[in-house]
Design a protein around this ligand. Structure first.
Ligand code: SF4
Length: 420
């Protein structure tokens, strides 16, 4: 098969994997004439498309042949898709060629499982090893690892990759047993734990001696499929929260299940609304940067996120007694809970109020979204009168702003940096 055809098949097959942002790694460059490529440490997350659009990472599978039969996956053994397989040498050559043509800044490499997890992992590692050692490639490399592979291979992957990831795929052992019986939820957790230990050991050793080799300096990430089972958002977020705290994951990516041809009757016929994925990213952001825990974001009575309003507003409306929050006196933790205030806005408020008391006309200068913030705050000359925090009234104010977000969510739900 021609290389271009393989590329079309294996780039398309890789598009279902969302876990490929490249932020957080070390800076490496080749400006002094040694090696090829650079990793900027910026958050790049694009992929190569066969028609040449929008490339930053060459995001491909080594092969879409697979001996596993995970029901939700288009590349499962029983799927009737066209198959292709790159050799390790071909992936190396493509990466170097694309890099030289300025199409990409790095490689995201995943693979179906051929022959055995070890055999597949050896091929994946061979690509990274050749790029790093033979070609002195300094660009970004993200390797998807296979939890069933030998730990030595995963360790070697971490030596060459900026980021490594293992997809947990589903939020519970029962879901994995139902839809991906050849995978083992426990083994995935053990492999993640192993990677976490290696990352922490390498960091500690390097703080004493800069010559100790790096190990996955951009950390590890994972992906969870949303809507393939009946798991609630609370279950998904609880699993994500546990991965952040126990495995110190850099990111959990949420990927809305997309129905696939000839699928099993165990799978839903329709995809979940994309806005659900978007709300999960917002909730994830609240857990990581705003001090919320899962039990605050979802409740036992409502284990799924409200699709109509963002989770921070939903929390505020359930906890009206806390508002209004005094912008001049409240601590950072409480300011972060005000709908419409993002982490940067809160820092600006804390800075400005050191010099003078905030008044209503300061708020536009701080670029705060007034329609969102005003129902929840007081300033030196303004009091929201908690009493007017009436559900319908506030909701109406938020809906217009949220309508814009829904449009955005339909197009690109995976990276939310805004104010909540
Ligand atoms: S192991 Fe990976 S590629 Fe193979 S069927 Fe499962 S999810 Fe798909």
């Amino acid at each position: 098969m021609e290389l271009a055809r393989k590329l079309a098949i294996l780039a398309d097959a890789a598009k279902y994997d969302a876990s490929c942002a490249s932020s957080g790694t070390v800076k490496r460059d080749s400006r002094h004439g040694k090696g090829i490529g650079s990793s900027t440490g910026m958050g790049i997350c694009h992929s190569y498309t066969p028609d040449g659009r929008c490339v930053s990472l060459l995001k491909i599978l080594l092969t879409n042949y697979c001996i596993f039969d995970c029901l939700y996956c288009i590349n499962r053994a029983s799927s009737n898709v066209q198959r292709a397989r790159f050799t390790a040498k071909e992936v190396v050559q493509l990466t170097l060629d694309f890099y030289r043509r300025n199409y990409i800044e790095g490689l995201f490499l995943s693979s179906g499982i051929i022959r055995s997890p070890d055999y597949t992992m050896e091929q994946v590692v061979a690509v990274a090893r050749t790029l790093r050692l033979e070609h002195e490639f300094r660009g970004y490399i993200h390797l998807k690892t296979i939890p069933e592979a030998a730990p030595e291979l995963i360790t070697e992957a971490g030596r060459y990759a900026d980021r490594i990831s293992i997809n947990i795929e589903l939020p519970s052992a029962a879901d994995v047993a139902k839809l991906a019986p050849q995978k083992n939820f426990e083994k995935t957790q053990i492999a993640m734990n192993e990677i976490r230990n290696r990352i922490e050991e390498a960091k500690a050793a390097r703080s004493e001696n800069r010559k100790v080799p790096l190990f996955a300096p951009a950390g590890q990430s994972t992906q969870m499929i949303v809507g393939a089972t009946a798991a609630s958002d609370a279950t998904i977020l609880r699993q994500a929260s546990s991965l952040y705290t126990k495995q110190r994951l850099r990111r959990v990516y949420y990927s809305a299940f997309s129905p696939i041809p000839d699928s099993s009757s165990k799978l839903p016929l329709v995809a979940p609304p994309l806005v659900r994925e978007h709300r999960l990213y917002q909730a994830d952001w609240l857990m990581r940067f705003y001090g919320f825990n899962v039990e605050e974001i979802t409740t036992s009575a409502a284990p799924n996120l409200d699709l109509n309003i963002d989770p921070k507003l939903a929390w505020a409306l359930r906890n009206r007694d806390i508002f209004p929050v005094d912008l001049n006196r409240s601590p950072r933790e409480l300011l972060l809970r005000v709908p419409g205030l993002g982490t940067r806005s809160v820092e600006r408020i804390l800075q400005v109020r050191r010099w003078h008391r905030l008044r209503l006309d300061d708020l536009p200068r701080l670029h705060l979204p007034l329609n969102k913030v005003l129902p929840f705050v007081t300033t030196a000359d303004y009091n929201a009168k908690a009493l007017t925090i009436d559900g319908d009234e506030v909701l109406a104010q938020f809906r217009a702003a949220d309508a814009q977000m829904e449009l955005f969510a339909e197009g690109a739900a995976s990276a939310i940096h805004g104010q909540f």
